[in-house]
Design a protein around this ligand. Structure first.
Ligand SMILES: Cc1cc2nc3c(=O)[nH]c(=O)nc-3n(C[C@H](O)[C@H](O)[C@H](O)COP(=O)(O)OP(=O)(O)OC[C@H]3O[C@@H](n4cnc5c(N)ncnc54)[C@H](O)[C@@H]3O)c2cc1C
Length: 321
């Protein structure tokens, strides 16, 4: 098993797998955690996180799992008749990894092949914004590059009477979600909830955790150069509708689309079962790249509107009784 991507999340998962007896052949961190050092205040404010990271580092060393900074898996290889990225994939047998430069481009001559039978990829989280979007809450691009709600100091959204807390206001982890919930809950119910002193303490904690989350996103940002790693024809961007990177490019270059919504209509990425939950960010980023402009909030929004309810069978509900 190998584990590529950028993010703090790689460490607990790789450690968990190694401790469960899986042979983890490597962790490939596309970002550069040394970037934390440029935000020392955020680090000091979240000192507990440093101890946690040190614990993971020690566990990786104990299990002899190599941790590679500024490296990415740039291709996954399967059986001869089932190259990964094609429509039918039996199993992965190896990955190609390469070192990245500061812009996220592959450093020439560093590509190497590693045998493995599973690849776990983590490039961040997508918050469930469906309910808030349905209510008309305004959004912004969050520090992780994904979509987040616009909220005020107390969790108030742009829609009167609607408050938000947690990942929908910007991905930042469980402790931040809890304290944001306390602040928003206190604003909803009024004075009875938290004393002024407790509220002030909650806000300070929220600010500390948010600063750390921002530092984390900066250190583990998805490298801007990632589209240069992929082979247009061999890479499926939307697995539900089997839309290749080449089809997204063609929607822009051959069919004249200049925004993500038109690409979605013309090439169908994000039109399948998951409604863009998995491929939305990549499809939006590729569209912006082919249009030769930065990705915008509207590109992300094109893939964020999804049904807000999920059908549940009566049998499943009955099974829980
Ligand atoms: C595998 C995994 C491991 C993690 N490990 C850590 C960790 O070690 N440390 C850490 O700090 N963070 C971790 N996180 C992140 C952490 O889980 C989140 O930061 C935290 O749960 C955010 O809380 P939340 O209330 O914002 O969202 P959630 O906990 O996701 O709660 C949102 C709830 O709303 C429900 N919901 C959403 N949309 C609808 C809808 N339309 N209708 C009805 N219900 C809806 C969801 O089902 C869910 O129950 C991990 C996340 C994952 C996925």
């Amino acid at each position: 098993m190998s584990w590529p991507g950028p993010g703090r999340f790689l460490l607990p998962v790789a450690v968990g797998l190694a401790e469960a007896g899986v042979r983890v052949v490597g962790v490939f961190e596309a970002g550069d955690p040394r970037a934390y050092l440029s935000r020392p205040r955020a680090l000091t404010a979240a000192a507990g996180k440093l101890g946690e990271a040190a614990g993971y580092a020690a566990a990786l060393a104990r299990h002899r799992v190599p941790y590679n900074l500024r490296h990415a898996v740039v291709a996954a290889n399967g059986d001869a008749d089932s190259g990964l990225g094609g429509a039918s994939v039996a199993a992965v047998s190896s990955v190609d990894v390469a070192r990245l430069d500061a812009a996220g481009q592959v450093v020439v001559g560093t590509r190497r092949r590693i045998a493995c039978d599973a690849v776990a990829v983590g490039y961040g989280f997508t918050a469930n914004l469906e309910l808030a979007l349905l209510l008309g809450c305004a959004t912004r691009v969050g520090a992780d590059g994904g979509l987040a709600l616009v909220v005020g100091e107390d969790g108030r959204t742009t829609v009167p009477g609607v408050y938000a807390a947690g990942e929908v206001t910007g991905v930042g982890g469980a402790a931040l979600a809890v304290v944001e919930g306390e602040i928003a809950g206190s604003a909803v119910v009024g004075d009875a909830a938290l004393s002024p002193r407790d509220l002030a303490a909650a806000r300070r904690k929220r600010d500390r955790l948010r600063a750390f989350a921002d530092a984390m996103h900066a250190a583990h940002a998805v490298p801007t150069g990632w589209p240069s790693w992929i082979d247009d024809d061999d890479t499926l961007v939307c697995r539900c509708e089997e839309v290749s990177a080449a089809a997204i490019r063609a929607a822009v270059t051959d069919l004249g689309a200049s925004d993500a919504r038109s690409v979605k209509a013309l090439a169908r990425p994000g039109m399948g079962w998951c409604q863009g939950r998995v491929c939305g960010y990549a499809a939006a980023a590729l569209t912006a790249r082919h249009c030769d402009r930065p990705m915008t909030r509207d590109d992300l929004l094109a893939y964020a509107h999804r049904p807000f309810a999920t059908p549940v069978r009566l049998g499943d509900l009955a099974g829980d009784l």
